[in-house]
Ligand binder design. Structure first.
Ligand code: FAD
Ligand code: NAD
Ligand code: ISD
Length: 426
């Protein structure tokens, strides 16, 4: 027993929503497309979960953040999918994939076949168990990947007003959740193994600005250590966190943001994998020509860097999804994907954007005592990355353009002197 579709998108996250929209723009016929998702809701803007969803006043709730809110596009509600004849198989996990037969087997026992498959399975949060700790089942230990996690986090937060939260991890999630917890009047301590926050991207100078800002909001930092165990009470709740450096932190709740793993397991042995993801070409096509991969799970050629990368960010999910659909429906008119990597975050009243790659020499610019500052990264004599905190729309566009152009930089001191003006006049 089963159903057959021309196109199947496996995964119903950000990339799936944007792919669906692109299909409809390019002349999808009713009944041709099916989206299968483990989540019980239609695709939504996942970034909202660590921001608007956690606000104490007037928090974002579905349907307000279904794709493609914020992108000046249509709001893709369940009604929208219905009107376009797109079949939604929600709350359903795909258990196995047979790429030779072009079939997917769902946990409900249904076989769904396709002519073209788009893999948009995203990623899952790494669990504490991977670091040798058994505590993920505790009621007050929270992860944050999907709507169910975010709903639980809100419930846990509300169960301990004015309490203490320990945030494990100093990356994107740690930083955004810490800010949201503070806004909810929870006292936050962040614990991470690196010497400063957002070590993936921030320079020590940028990190210092953020850490000072967070400190002014009451956040405490415990750096260069990791947790060793939890104190757990008879109700199964964590009450304290023991760190490897010997210190102890009181905890009414714990939020864990220690990275992700792309969801590739269904395809291991069937597709070529690289950088932890599914390797695709410039058309987002995998080693099987009927199978495409997009978003967090895709390892794709970044022309600007001349190498294969996997990027875990929403802009890539949106653009790679559109590109795959263009390549599927208009193969002769679709050039290879030429993506300028883009990252951003918003916390408290701060907001930064970054384009490109953070390798090489760093040149800071702007007012680190004020609101607008940034940095350029120069590698092998070329500008390869640009960061800007507090920039205007025009300034952000200017650093994007400058990074895309990869200009030759002969004199770092001169670049520092010109600062943001360099990007604005290029
Ligand atoms: P996802 O959006 O994760 O979607 C994958 C979908 O596939 C999920 O619905 C999942 O349930 C489903 N799925 C997986 N396996 C199966 C299966 N076997 N069967 C059925 N369904 C399956 N990026 C930014 O650039 N800026 C931000 O501010 C930002 N904020 C974020 C905040 C949070 C809390 C999180 C978790 C991420 C954030 N990101 C942000 C990252 C961004 O959301 C991801 O890069 C993006 O969601 C990736 O889209 P995707 O479609 O590839 O995967
Ligand atoms: P991350 O990779 O940004 O950060 C992981 C952090 O885990 C590291 O910075 C480190 O501090 C910490 N860590 C690693 N090993 C540890 C250990 N043993 N003990 C304690 N800490 C340890 O990943 P994340 O913050 O978990 O975010 C999850 C995903 O969500 C990522 O893909 C991220 O890109 C995405 N996300 C993005 C945004 C954004 O772009 N604004 C916001 C939220 C989430
Ligand atoms: O890119 C984003 C982002 O940061 C969000 O919060 O998408 C969402 C929506 O724009 C807001 O719901």
């Amino acid at each position: 027993m089963g159903r057959a579709f021309v196109y199947v998108i496996l995964g119903g996250g950000v990339a799936a929503g944007y792919a669906a929209l692109e299909f409809t723009k390019r002349g999808l016929s009713p009944g041709e497309l099916c989206i299968i998702s483990e989540e019980p809701v239609v695709p939504y803007e996942r970034p909202a979960l660590s921001k608007g969803f956690l606000l104490p006043e007037d928090p974002a709730r579905l349907p307000s953040f279904h794709t493609c809110v914020g992108a000046n596009e249509e709001r893709l509600t369940p009604k929208w999918y219905n009107e376009h004849g797109i079949e939604l198989v929600l709350g359903t996990q795909v258990k196995s994939a047979d790429l030779r037969r072009k079939t997917l087997l769902t946990a409900m026992g249904e076989t769904i076949s396709y002519k073209i498959l788009i893999i948009a399975t995203g990623a899952q949060a790494l669990k504490l168990e991977e670091f040798g700790l058994n505590a993920s089942d505790c009621d007050n230990v929270c992860y944050l990947r999907d709507l169910a996690n975010a709903t639980r986090l809100v419930d846990v937060m509300k169960s301990c007003p004015g309490g203490n939260a320990v945030v494990i991890g100093g990356g994107y999630l740690g930083m955004e959740c810490a800010a949201s917890l503070v806004i909810n009047k929870i006292t936050v301590t962040m614990v991470f193994p690196e010497a400063h926050c957002m070590a993936r991207l921030f320079t020590p100078k940028i990190a210092s600005y953020y850490e000072d800002y967070y400190t002014s909001k009451g956040v405490k930092f415990v750096k260069e250590t990791v947790l060793s165990s939890f104190d757990i009470d008879s109700d199964g709740k964590v009450t304290g966190v023991n760190l490897r450096d010997g210190s102890w932190l009181p905890a009414d709740m714990v939020v864990v943001g220690i990275g992700i793993r792309p969801n590739t397991s269904l395809f291991e042995g069937q597709l070529t994998l690289e950088k932890g993801g599914i390797k695709v070409n410039g058309q987002m096509q995998s080693s099987n020509s009927s199978v495409y991969a997009v978003g967090d799970v895709a390892a794709f050629p970044v022309q600007l860097f001349g190498e294969i990368r996997r990027l875990e960010h929403v802009d890539l999910a949106r653009k790679s999804a559109r590109h795959a659909v263009a390549a599927i429906m208009d193969p002769n008119k679709t050039e290879d994907f030429d993506y300028l990597p883009f990252f951003y975050s918003r916390v408290f009243t701060l907001s930064w954007q970054f384009y490109g790659d953070c390798v090489g020499d760093v040149v800071h610019f702007g007012d680190f005592l004020g609101n607008t500052f940034g940095a350029y990264w120069v590698n092998k004599g070329q500008l390869v990355g640009s960061f800007l905190e507090g920039g205007t729309k025009e300034e952000v566009e200017a650093i994007a353009k400058a990074t895309r152009l990869k200009p030759t930089i002969e004199d770092l001191a001169e670049l520092e002197r010109r600062g943001l003006g360099f990007a604005l006049t290029i």
